[in-house]
Every structure is written in C-alpha cells, then in structure tokens.
Design a binder for this molecule. Sequence first.
Ligand SMILES: Cc1cc2nc3c(=O)[nH]c(=O)nc-3n(C[C@H](O)[C@H](O)[C@H](O)COP(=O)(O)OP(=O)(O)OC[C@H]3O[C@@H](n4cnc5c(N)ncnc54)[C@H](O)[C@@H]3O)c2cc1C
Length: 433
Amino acid sequence: MPAQYDAVVIGAGIIGTAIAFALSKNGWHTLVADPQPGAGQGATSSSLAMVRTQYSTREGTALAWEGFHCWQDWSAFLDLDTDEPIAPFHPAGVLTFKTPNNGFLKHQLEFSRELGIPYEEWPLSKLQRTFPDWDLNTFGPPVLSDNPRFGTNSKEELRSVFFPKGGYCPDPQLAAHNLQRAAQQHHAEFRFGCAAQAIHADNGRVTGVTLSNGEKISCQIVVNAAGPHAEAISALAGLAQAHKIKTRVIQHETVHVRCPQAASADHTPIMLYDTDIGSYVRADTGENILIGSVGAQDEVELPVDPDDFDRNLSTQAIEPLYRLAQRIPTLGIPNTLSGVADLWDVSDDWIPIYDRTDLAGFYVAIGTSGNQFKTAPAVGELMTALINACENGKDHDHEPVTFRLTRTGHTIALDFFSRNRQPNPASSLSVLG
Ligand SMILES: Cc1cc2nc3c(=O)[nH]c(=O)nc-3n(C[C@H](O)[C@H](O)[C@H](O)COP(=O)(O)OP(=O)(O)OC[C@H]3O[C@@H](n4cnc5c(N)ncnc54)[C@H](O)[C@@H]3O)c2cc1C
C-alpha cells in the first residue's frame, strides 16, 4: 500500500522548502524528498543570498520587495515554536549605477516609485565622501581584461542610485533548514537521502512518486523544485522539453578576497551592483568581500551537467575581480583565488517558471536564473495560491490567477511566470532579472 500524502515536493532547496512550508500551513499534507542529507545543500548552499529590489519588470520588482519584507522579519515569517537558531539577515542598502546596459535604471526607478520602494539619487560628492578610495570614473560597458578597452575610462560622471532597503542572509543553508522546521511544525515530512526516481500518472493526471529507497507515494499533486535537476524531473513526468520557455544549467562563480576599501567610510553596510564594470559585491566576514559577475562583453556561459561538474574555479572566475580593481585601485589580486563554483538553472529570459503543466497536478517552480533566493518565501505563498486555484478548477492557462502579495499589498498576474510565455522583452537577460 503506497503512503498517502496530498502533495510531494521534489527538492529541499530554498524554493522547495518555502513551498512545503506554505502548502503545509495551508492544510496540504506534504512530503519533501531530496537526495542530499539535509535542506538547502544544493545551489542554495552557495548563494550570496543578496536581497535587492532592482528588477527590470514590475512583477520581478514586486516579488523581490515582498521577499525583502519576509527576510527582514525572518523570525515572524517562520513563527517557530522552539528557540532554535534562525538564519541571520543583515540589512544593507544597494548601491547601483545608471548605465546604458540597465537602461539608466529608467524602469527600475519607475517600478520603485509605483511600488513604494525608497531610493536616493546620490550626487558624485556623496559617493566620493562615502567611498574615498574609489575611482569614480566610468569604465563601461564592461569588458574582459584582455580587451584593449579594459581599464580605460570615459571621464563621464558616474550616476549612482542608492536603495536603502535590502540586505543579505549569510547562511542560506540554515534559512532552508528553518523553512524545513517551519513546515514540519505544520506536519510536513522530509525524506533526505532519497531522490524522486519515477513519477506516476493516470489518465492525464499525476498519481504518485517512487523514491530511490523504493518507497511508493500516492499523492494529489507534485511540485518540481529540483533547481538544476528540474529538467530531469520534468522528463520523469513525460514533460521533457515540453514548455515554450526552456531552461539550461550553467556554472556561476563567486570569489572571496580581503578588501577593507570596499566598506563605506562610516561603515554603513552597502551591497554594490556595479553595472558600469559588471561586478557585484557584498561583505563577508571581517574585511573580506564576495564578488561575482553581472555580465561583461565576451564573457562566456559555462554550460554544465548538474551530475558531473567541476567545483574548481574556472579561469574566468578572476575577471569580475580584475574589473573591480578598476573601481577600487588598491584592491590586491591574490595569486591563488578562493571562492565557490555552483549552478544556476537559467530560463530563456532569466525569469523563473512558476506554473502548472500539461500533466494535471504536476507543477513547476524552476528556472530561478541566479536571482530567486530573495523571493523564495513569497514564492512558496505564490505557488500555494496557484495550486489551490488550479486544483479548485481554475483554468490558469486561459484565465490567469492573480496573486496578492500580502505584506506589500501589490498584485501580480501569474501568467507573467508562464511556462508557455513569449520570452519577456523587458528582461535584462541577465542575473539582474
Ligand atoms: C553562487 C550563487 C550566488 C547566488 N546569489 C544570489 C543572490 O545573491 N540573491 C538571490 O536572490 N539569488 C542568488 N542566487 C540564486 C539562488 O540561490 C537560487 O535561485 C536558489 O537557491 C535556487 O533554489 P532551488 O531550491 O531552486 O535550487 P537548489 O537549492 O539547487 O535545490 C534543488 C534541490 O533539488 C534536489 N534534487 C535534485 N534532484 C532531485 C531528485 N531526483 N529528487 C529530489 N530532489 C532532487 C537537490 O538535491 C537540491 O537540494 C545565487 C546562486 C548561486 C549559485
């Protein structure tokens, strides 16, 4: 006799655990399966977990703003009835620049005004006072270090915008574990060390899952939240390459160096999205910083097999650091680089797919495109609203469900995340979303 659950969530990353929490709070008896020994041990574990609100679409911005509200009071969001440790959230504003590659932030500022997200346009004098060691010339558009244009500046004024509401979670794996515990409080169950091995369907509707330990589960719905393994899971459901929007898996790297000059003069915590040089930065422990790329001309994607990839840094990993040395000339470049290499499951337009599928009862929360840690708590609620509507007979493909973000009061029509949308022309087509 198979074990009976209402819902099976495949994957216990930040997305799967957030969905499990929201579903179980909503009365769905939920089982989560993951081959790792604990929650958040896939791509989530390497996340820089930066929470910012600058997206090039209204929906992306609104979801990130809602996510910020969850993270800034993580304890209230979880509402755990024990005093176990919870993941810290460090508030930090976001400094970014008006550059041609982000449309001079026209849309981001428009959406911020509409959604009530505060921002300040900083004069150069304020930037100079805040970061006295920085070179505030413009170097863009960002190029690789072997490009003859690398390091040359146009003497144009750097136009900066500061968004005071943001921050980061220095322990993303613990955040996923917290969500696991919060879901368990609502009777969710977790099977670690167990991969989903088969997905069963009958008459066009999902009926259950078989796990790698041989356990057979019967259920009403299945949610694919397997991150970089999402395509393999959809294939188990007979949905390989079934959607108009495809996903691919690429390697993303962040490096770790000491750089006291990255801190603001008064030590106010600030995260940097420097679209002029193509690097992003956040503080790590002590005087160390973490750096990654937001894209540069001729930078190549590193496609990888999620079951067989090299966790060593590639030769390209040093490039965002070289570019940062344009902004912070006293930044030392170490001979031996340290950092992490992990995976992004990227959709065609770098916007996630949160949707039903052509197999009734089978849902996807995939293609998070390197930018959905911040939104995960809100994504759990969004997916639960979508699932409730579809399971109650709503024809989401023809009459899209609208979702109200409860903390910020904004609404999103969920066809924005459709598996069969046209690639969104407003997207930055980058990790910036
Ligand atoms: C280096 C890096 C930096 C990032 N920085 C940021 C940032 O600053 N801000 C931000 O918002 N986002 C950031 N992201 C993106 C963010 O971390 C991801 O969008 C998010 O963690 C994806 O979560 P997930 O749950 O979908 O995937 P994962 O965490 O990979 O979880 C998927 C889970 O599925 C499991 N699984 C696989 N196969 C099976 C199977 N057969 N059965 C059951 N389970 C299975 C895996 O074991 C895994 O635990 C970053 C990502 C990386 C890699």
